[in-house]
Write a protein that binds this ligand. Structure first.
Ligand code: 8YV
Length: 320
């Protein structure tokens, strides 16, 4: 007699992890939504069966979808951020929501430093200069960059990723300060209780806080003015944390010196004005995008799904 397996709704594939599909299908009857020609009718057919939804930061799970699934018990996501999930609505209904913290800290911190070094030393700009044969033809001089070693690094959001970014600063003999909702008593870096004061102090302001309503437009015109004409903004958290219109204006008016951005307010849309600026480095949300880290993230999602199948509890419920 075949056992009735619960139904899992999978919103996207995970080709990076060779075991992902067999491991999901061992415990669940899996609906592969991305493969369906008519996802709406497939959803209508399975909505009363689905107990688990699997997703990632690139595939939102909003209240509308949660409301469509009366037997939903868990949403397991790949990625540390969870602003793409209406987790409060889920939790009100008793639906568990899990993410994949920690396994991406180093990778994201590495990329924050990549952006910082790139903007400060004009690496991408110098690469474009060589490719356009400007070096050989001596058509134009490259401007001088900014030194990184010995400068001041301000971290907005000293969580797991923020700490990994801060640790790397010692290799560059930099001073570090941070701003959080509240000071941490387990670190030696000085706390600034005002974001404005941190921006005023810092040469490089790195945004590593969570996304969502609470942090929306935390980096606004006033913060950018405090950062000042020699200051550089780096964002590897969520586009929503920065008021993008204010940022474009600040760059155009030379209120700040430059920016390195891995995330944007309306991904994959990037304001055209930014694309023409040489003091800005733009990346397509790749901070965790290495083979090792993405595989570890998918594996962590699988462990959450498997723990839920075994015990009824996910391993890492989101913890706002
Ligand atoms: C990933 C991210 O790109 O972890 C996050 O919150 O934004 C990124 O690391 C994303 O989660 C891919 O699934």
């Amino acid at each position: 007699m075949a056992l009735h397996r619960p139904t899992l709704l999978q919103l996207l594939p995970f080709p990076i992890h060779p075991d992902a599909q067999p491991r999901l299908e061992r415990d669940f009857s899996v609906v592969r939504l991305w493969e369906q020609d008519d996802p709406n009718s497939v959803m209508a057919a399975c909505r009363d069966e689905v107990t688990v939804v699997v997703t990632s930061a690139f595939m939102p799970v909003r209240k509308k979808l949660i409301d469509q699934l009366p037997r939903l018990q868990a949403i397991c996501s790949v990625g540390v951020g969870y602003d793409h999930i209406d987790w409060q609505d889920a939790q009100q209904r008793g639906v568990q929501v899990s993410n994949t913290p920690d396994v991406l800290n180093d990778c994201v911190a590495d990329l924050a430093w990549g952006l910082l070094l790139d903007v400060a030393r004009d690496i991408s700009r110098a690469d474009r200069y060589v490719r356009a044969n400007q070096w050989e033809l001596r058509l134009a001089e490259l401007p001088l960059g900014r030194q990184v070693t010995g400068k001041k690094l301000g971290i907005v959001g000293l969580g797991r990723v923020g700490s990994a970014i801060a640790k790397r600063a010692s290799g560059f003999s930099m001073q570090v300060r941070y701003h959080n909702r509240r000071p941490r008593n387990d670190v030696d870096w000085p706390y600034e209780n005002s974001l404005h004061a941190l921006a005023q102090w810092a040469d490089f302001l790195v945004v590593a806080t969570v996304g969502g309503d609470e942090t929306r437009h935390l980096i606004d015109q006033a913060v950018l003015e405090a950062l000042g004409p020699d200051g550089v903004l780096i964002n590897i958290s969520r586009g929503s944390v920065v008021d993008e219109t204010a940022l474009v204006q600040a760059l155009q008016d030379k209120i700040i010196a430059g920016a390195g951005l891995d995330v944007f307010e309306n991904e994959p849309q990037v304001p055209d004005e930014l694309k023409t600026m040489d003091n800005v480095v733009l990346l397509p949300h790749i901070a965790s995008a290495t083979m090792e880290t993405r595989r570890a993230m998918v594996d962590f999602m699988l462990q959450n799904v498997e723990a839920f199948a075994r015990t009824g509890q996910v391993l890492t419920p989101v913890n706002p």
